[in-house]
Design a protein around this ligand. Structure first.
Ligand SMILES: [Zn+2]
Length: 109
């Protein structure tokens, strides 16, 4: 078995387990039950963990973990600058969050 993720948010861990299983990777979650009795341990020793059962799945599992935890990093979309307000917008956003402009067209009042 190989551990592919340690994360304090059990909701995220649960989602990720579903993603891995959806990709045919057998995995299990350790430390699923937080709370009582954990007080004497260093915090990160009782974070939920995801382990893949088959070590051959480790590489693809880690890729899926990264894509899940850091969406956009892998996509490598170029950022753009809004022509309306000049705000720099990250590539995954199709609209300007500042003025809701599309960045490409000219908007007239
Ligand atoms: Zn704008």
């Amino acid at each position: 078995m190989k551990r592919v993720l340690m994360h304090p948010d059990l909701v995220q861990v649960g989602h990720l387990r579903a993603v891995l299983e959806g990709n045919g990777i057998a995995c299990l979650v350790k430390n699923e039950l937080l709370g009582g009795g954990a007080g004497d341990l260093p915090l990160n020793e009782c974070w939920p963990e995801i382990w893949v059962l088959d070590e051959r799945d480790e590489t693809i599992a880690r890729t899926l973990v990264e894509q899940f935890m850091y969406p956009g990093v892998q996509e490598n979309l170029a950022s753009w600058t809004c022509t309306e307000c000049g705000e720099a917008i990250e590539g995954q956003f199709g609209e300007c969050w500042q003025c809701a402009g599309s960045g490409g067209g000219v908007f007239e009042a």
